[in-house]
Design a protein around this ligand. Structure first.
Ligand code: DGT
Ligand code: MG
Ligand code: MG
Ligand code: MG
Ligand code: MG
Length: 267
């Protein structure tokens, strides 16, 4: 096809290829979810419908897009890690990020009813996205550790804060004052002595967030087959890759030792 005189505008596109050999992390975060949570009556501090919908949407991202080896989510955010050797969309940052964000957002709306039932979605939610490159396994693990530490710090704070308000009768301003300058030990102590809550017994998925990975699962099914005009029942075992959810510590070595297929070698 002959080129039009307008063709030159293509040259205004800038190159945003992600550096080779690096893990590509796309992190999404809900836009103004403080308001979104209020307007949709999210339970405080954790709404299991909302967390479930986030993870359902993240699962859809992993299943529909290529090369994501692990995703980690908490609160209104999810991080997606593309394997370091990925060449999906020639590693173009804008393509990767927008595919993740749009697949996630449309899934969030598509699956809303599965989690919120008759409660209507009042307006279209949005998610921002960013791309960060990590050149080593250590850097990538430290990134994920940072997000899980953030989950822990916020969840501990929010658990005490909402106990003080909802069970202790404090105003939100009073609860904020009460928690000013407290360290983790103080917060655990308030929970234990005033509300009879042992923080370590709080639900794992609230304390640790959710890690999604691909795992091989053996699926055994029975099949009817015909052998020389006779119906026979046989069991068939197939190994299939499935996205599985984990609510465990991902900061220490154990998780990574148990799942050595997630990371590629550093050299
Ligand atoms: P942004 O991200 O700058 O557009 O603004 P926000 O409001 O999304 O702020 P962000 O992302 O720092 O904080 C997440 C907000 O979402 C925070 O206000 C609490 C709310 N949120 C997330 N998950 C839950 C939940 O399960 N229950 C409740 N009640 N609120 C939640
Ligand atoms: Mg934010
Ligand atoms: Mg947000
Ligand atoms: Mg957030
Ligand atoms: Mg196209």
């Amino acid at each position: 096809m002959a080129k039009s005189k307008f063709e030159y505008v293509r040259n205004f596109e800038t190159d945003d290829t992600c550096l080779r050999n690096c893990y590509i992390v796309v992190r999404l975060d809900g836009r103004n979810f403080h308001k979104f949570a209020d307007q949709h009556n999210f339970a405080k501090p954790n709404d299991d419908r909302a967390l479930g919908l986030m993870t359902r949407s993240a699962r859809s991202v992993m299943e529909e897009l290529e090369d994501i080896v692990i995703a980690y989510g908490q609160s209104d955010e999810y991080s997606f890690v593309f394997k370091r050797s990925s060449n999906w969309f020639k590693r173009r940052a804008s393509k990767l990020m927008t595919h993740v964000a749009s697949q996630f957002s449309s899934s969030y709306v598509f699956y809303w009813r599965d989690y919120f039932g008759e409660q209507p979605l009042l307006y279209p939610p949005g998610f921002d996205g960013r791309v960060v490159l990590y050149p080593s396994n250590r850097n990538l693990r430290d990134y994920l550790s940072w997000r899980q530490a953030d989950c822990h710090i916020n969840n501990l704070y929010n658990t005490v804060f909402w106990s003080l308000v909802l069970k202790g009768g404090l105003s939100t301003v009073q609860a904020e004052d009460r928690l000013k300058g407290t360290v983790a030990g103080d917060k655990n102590e308030i929970l234990f002595s005033e509300f009879n809550i042992n923080y370590n017994n709080e639900p794992l998925h609230h304390r640790k967030g959710t890690a999604l990975i691909w795992e091989k699962i053996d699926e055994t099914t029975t099949k009817q087959i015909k052998v020389s005009n006779e119906e026979k029942e046989v069991t068939v075992t197939r190994s299939r890759k499935r996205v599985t959810a984990h609510h465990c510590d991902i900061i220490g070595d154990q998780f990574w030792n148990e799942h050595p297929e997630i990371l590629e070698d550093d050299n």
